[in-house]
Design a protein around this ligand. Sequence first.
Ligand code: GAP
Length: 443
Amino acid sequence: MSEQNLMEKIISLCKRRGFIFQSSEIYGGFSSCYDYGSLGVELKNNIKQEWWKEMTRFQENIVGLDSAIIMSPKIWEASGHLTAGFADELVECKKCHHRFRKDFLEKDKCPDCGGELTAPRKFNLMMKTFVGPVEDNASVAYLRAETCQGIYMNFMNVAQTMRLKFPFGIAQIGKAFRNEITPKDFIYRTREFEQMEMQWFCLPKDAEKFFDYWLGQRLNWYYKLGIKKENLKIYEVPKNELAHYAKRAVDILYKFSFGWKEIEGVHNRGDWDLSNHSKHSGQNLKYSLGQEQEPFYPHIIETSVGADRSLFAFLCDAYEEALGGRTETFESTKEKEIVLHLDKKLSPIKIAVLPLIKNKPELIKKAREVHQTLKPYFAIQYDEAGAIGRRYRRQDEIGTPFCLTIDFETLEKNDLTVRDRDTMKQERIKIDDLIDFLFSKII
Ligand code: GAP
């Protein structure tokens, strides 16, 4: 599928089925801002939950945190984000006045009108605001540009209160903001986005060992959640392209229709953050391993992924368009069918309950009973509108792994058919065994 094509299809599916809407749509939209609809928020929550489980619960020595979005502006001075380190080069067309990030341009002329471009100037990406009633220099604050700074602020608090054994990690999920010059490619590059970051504090001599370890772990997370191996690769960021805080960085790239693009970065931040925050705050952020050893600044290995970017990758990877339809037991179709082969853990809706036909009150009653029984345990939909084949396709399109069909045999034998989204195979399961069966398939 061509670049434009797949992207348009995904955007159209997202809007049509309530995954993602343009923000402030009735006012003509607001540049690069998006709202997650009912299915989108379920999908994003599931991604965040899988990340959280992987990076905290399944680990020996990693705990969570939820720090503030607006913090002392001094943090951003110390971290280097207010200086040239966190700025892109901006050029403007002298003719149409469109603005571009210089490193995104292939030629020296304006890509929109061919006009001459101004000399580049540095443009800082921090989002500014004012705290309190007076809008003066003393009340300037910033929306955080990366969630990890809140982790560094609480490094000592967490280490002391959680009695963690060294080395250890702190994980956080939350919003971050950057005044991107050219936000683009749907939710790929936006000004408001969510990050899922883990900071691993270790001995300087072990940093490279843990770098490789965490890179491997992060790649496995995508594979476990079904991303196709051929659509992921890693990119060792050359020294001259490293972010101001990084000693080493490897990007995890996904093969989007618009090219191989970063979805996650693994960074060796050395002692950049803790030593700078120590200097600027006057607080001792050195860590002590006991009396025999000098206190030291732990080195930090960071894994940092965008929730929105990874969601976009999961959607693209799961998307299948079957022209002419897939073979259907109940009903074959000549129509185009869309299937989202999302991992079951990520699917926004896990189960759909479908009475075979609508105008039989006994079937409807039984289907509603099944729906009520399962509702406390699973994200579930009930649908009785339209032919059964069409209802299956509606569920395939949003990635629902299982459709339960209540038919006349159900009334006699107290069982129903469970249809698998990917294989379209159907098996009969006793209603009494249903909860155990579904748990074993989904969790
Ligand atoms: N703390 C390190 C850090 O923030 P980064 O490479 O600048 O590193 C990490 O960002 C991840 O955050 C990226 O790989 C991407 O998934 C996400 N991200 C960064 N800027 C973004 C933007 N403008 N829109 C959406 N996601 C973004």
